[in-house]
Design a protein around this ligand. Structure first.
Ligand code: 13P
Length: 287
């Protein structure tokens, strides 16, 4: 059974660690993330963007695949299936289909509209025990067609949205999707601390988890970050490993062209990244 992210994140916030959200792109990704989390005895959140959902044949297909694979592989750690940066319509659709968690990203709306729409998503989600993530400010860069200016979240707006019954809050604190530019100023810890203090200990979400220095991750967790999203780092590791396989011409040896063989180094590379992140985030054996 897939579980809401609520219990795992409340525990993480209480005990001072973070649960990883790893975005999935296909069957190999799903298998890699699930088996790595099981090996680490860590709760895990599988993130699905709208683009990745379309790529995999629609949210219904994704839900069926994840739920069935969790059972077939005998995964025992808590697993949440989460819509990442969803529109209002996608959030409602995923709640209906059986996702156990959704993000409604209304950060591009004026705050009052963001609040109204978030409220409607929460009402629908509550009926089904689905956890909800909201966003204030914006995450810089671009992910699957969702781009943001990197605007810092306003603590008062965070307080207003955190009081709507949401499970977790993503706040823009200078974080960016994709690789960080060399002149990146780092996370705005002062703002993060302020947001942590005004939002009544709600679990905070750090998007753009790729390439943030370890010490900065640890400091962010100490201010209330309880969920960290990672996508690009797994993509880079996967592609580099598959590239190596082809460059070494292993596809030309025997039945090396078999897609199961070609993709295995990539899958193993994702597993390595996921395990490393789980260790860094501190969620090992937190089930
Ligand atoms: P990265 O792609 O930078 O790891 O960010 C992932 C993310 O925030 C998903 O919402």
């Amino acid at each position: 059974m897939l579980v809401s992210a609520e219990e795992m994140l409340k525990k993480a916030r209480r005990e001072g660690y973070a649960v990883g959200q790893f975005n999935i792109n296909n069957l190999e990704w799903t298998k890699a993330v699930l088996t790595a989390a099981e090996e680490m005895a860590s709760p895990v959140i599988l993130g699905v963007s709208e683009g990745a959902g379309r790529y995999m044949g629609g949210f219904r297909t994704v839900h069926a695949m994840v739920a069935a694979m969790k059972d077939s592989l005998g995964i025992t750690v808590p697993v949440a299936l989460h819509l990442d940066h969803g529109s209002y319509e996608a959030a409602m659709e995923c709640i209906d289909i059986g996702f156990s968690s959704v993000m409604f990203d209304g950060s591009h709306y004026p705050i009052d509209e963001n609040i109204d729409k978030t409220k409607a998503v929460v009402a629908q989600a509550k009926e089904k025990g689905v956890s909800v993530e909201a966003e204030v400010g914006s995450i810089g860069g671009e992910e699957d067609g969702v781009s943001g200016s990197g605007e810092l979240a306003d603590p008062e707006e965070c307080r207003r949205i955190a009081s709507l019954g949401i499970t977790m809050l993503a706040a823009g604190i200078g974080n960016i999707h994709g690789k960080y530019p060399s002149d990146w100023q780092g996370l705005d810890m002062k703002r993060l601390k302020e947001i942590g203090e005004t939002t009544d200990r709600i679990p905070l979400v750090l998007h753009g988890g790729t390439g943030i220095p370890d010490a900065m991750v640890e400091e962010a967790v100490s201010y209330g970050v309880s969920k960290i999203n990672v996508n690009t780092e797994c993509q880079i590791a996967f592609t580099a490993a598959v590239r190596r396989y082809i460059e070494e011409e292993r596809d030309l040896e025997g039945k090396g062209f078999d897609p199961r063989k070609v993709l295995t180094p990539g899958t193993e590379a994702i597993r390595r990244v996921v395990k490393e992140k789980i260790r860094l985030f501190g969620s090992t054996k937190k089930v």
